[in-house]
Write a protein that binds this ligand. Structure first.
Ligand code: GDP
Length: 170
């Protein structure tokens, strides 16, 4: 399903952002910080995919970001190229308290670039900053990876709603 299929007459532009990363890193909680069902769509989303929306007003134009969440499909390795197709941006999330979720960030990035293209803007989201005392991935590691790969980066807490908006605006 191309994002154009989901175009809604109530906005001037619509762009797609995908959330990606290991299961349990906090993607659903991050997306829950954005409004859902904010406008009607006359299409049925793919099974297992969830959406949220973010309004952006630039001068007199209304721009909507349609944010896609895997809704647990990553558990079954069921994410397909259509999930990435047409996305202009991605939030690649890991959990700072679980090293394994950081180890796999390279794999997700590879998939993003393979299916979504090289031009996608990617923000590396280091989630669960409220659990700093249980940190397994040092800040410098994440920052170093982001800089090497040319990604934006942000440390968030979906739980405390810290920097979630800022990560989106990156
Ligand atoms: P997903 O599988 O990536 O969608 O992850 P979820 O959003 O379902 O979150 C997995 C678990 O991590 C849940 O128990 C959440 O309550 C918890 N969680 C998510 N974000 C945060 C956060 O920022 N801080 C803390 N402490 N827990 C979080």
């Amino acid at each position: 399903m191309a994002v154009a299929d989901a175009f809604d007459e109530h906005c001037d532009y619509l762009f797609k952002v995908v959330l990606i990363g290991e299961s349990g890193v906090g993607k659903s909680n991050l997306i829950s910080r954005f409004p859902k069902d904010e406008f009607r769509l006359d299409f049925k989303p793919s099974r297992g995919v969830e959406f949220a929306y973010r309004n952006i007003k630039v001068r007199d134009k209304l721009i909507k970001a349609q944010i896609w969440d895997t809704a647990g499909q990553e558990r079954f390795r069921a994410i397909t190229s259509s999930y990435y197709r047409g996305a202009l941006g991605a939030m690649l999330v890991y959990d700072i308290t679980k090293r394994a979720t950081f180890v796999n960030v390279g794999k997700w990035l590879h998939e993003l670039r393979e299916f979504g293209g090289e031009d996608m803007v990617v923000v590396l989201v280091r989630n669960k900053s409220d659990l700093d005392q249980s940190r397994q991935v040092e800040r410098e590691k994440g920052k170093g990876f982001a800089e090497t790969e040319g990604l934006c980066f942000m440390e968030t807490s979906a739980l405390q709603n810290l920097n979630v908006d800022e990560a989106f605006w990156k």
